[in-house]
Ligand binder design. Sequence first.
Ligand SMILES: [Zn+2]
Length: 471
Amino acid sequence: MVRTGRRPVGRAILAACLVVGALVACTGTPPDADRARRGAADAGDPYVPGRGNGGYDVAGYRLRVRYDPADDRLTGHATITATATAGLSRFNLDLSGLTVGAVRVDGAKAGHAHEGEELVVTPARGLARGARFTVDVEYAGVPQPVESSTLGLGGFLATADGAVALGQPDSASTWYPVNDHPSDKATYDVEVTVPDGLAALGNGVPVGRTSAGGWTTWRWAERSPMASYLSTLVIGDYRVTTGTHQGKPMVTAVAASLPADGPAAASLARTGEVVDFLADRFGPYPFESYGGIALAEGRISYALETQSRPVYGPGFFRSGRPDTGVVAHELAHQWFGDSVSLARWSDIWLNEGFATYAEWLWLEHDGGRTVEQTVAARYAATDWSQPSVDPGRANMFGDAVYQRGALAVHALRRTLGDDVFFRVLRAWTTERRGGNATTADFVALAERVSGRRLGALLDAWLVGGTAPALP
Ligand SMILES: [Zn+2]
């Protein structure tokens, strides 16, 4: 994610790691053993209380959604395939503000209660540990946006010509029932039905479009595991361009109210070029499709790395000039954050530090500031009292995560040299592809690949309280 204008954020109360020099000490809440029969109501991540759930692991979501901009009403049918990780008499899904009509588990009517933002499901028969099961949820209502204190407006936002579902760290539960935490990634098959003439854009490969009775159904498939906050839905009047890049589908969409030859369109048109630049450094692009979506909706004041198809708010292009730095940032996340995902939000520097550094690499390549110039400026501006790891929920999109995180990446590069440094990055994106990882996992991999002890170096750059000497 990048905010428009990349404004520094204000100071925030920190919940830093207790022990400098022990990155592994920054852990979330341990699982609660006595929740085994009733699946936990959250993922135990203090950055997103109430989000995610315990007791099962989702393999796939099949979503059939119909949305009418005339009355903002959404009707949905979600089919969720999961495996019980404990014996379960009941379990929770996250679902905000919509009304549930019926729930079935393995085809049998199940009990359900909507308690706040938790949908509590009681199957007719308990689920054995290891059992694979299917949940069907029928639901409807007028979905709502989420005002986040850290990121700004997200969730499901009705716009002048349609809607946008977007947001980090959570947004998905505003339009479908979900285990809304990145630790439970899953595949997605999405069908979206909208009035003829509107586009309905999602993640992944386009798998057909049909029209009947004044409505058009757009189908999308994301077959690589995806964290729920990376799912998006964009409905409205868009110029959609479909082509191929490196043999895979490339779908870009620019709001029809933006100029066809304007800065947003020009920036997105360089998506393939930027991806290839990044793939040369990070390893093969991890997904089956490419693209990007440029919004005209001014209330979205950020860009987000929604999987395979980032969404860009209009603020990046307001100057009238293209901004490929933000494109490089969001595309770098496809490796760092989307394919290799964090296991808990306190490690968000693993996403943002690398994406910010990729932006610096791209700008140098594209004839802008050199990396060394950027590093010198950021180093001078860094507040070393703010840690990159476990920065506190209120500061998860702060400079310590983005700029200090990227400086740590640069320090690692200078310490190891380019050859070993990029080998470390390619080993990370290869070995952890499609999964989840922690800061401690990264340190261990970097030490193994380089054959060097790096804990003290990364501690100093990520969480130490004073400015380390530049290597
Ligand atoms: Zn980012």
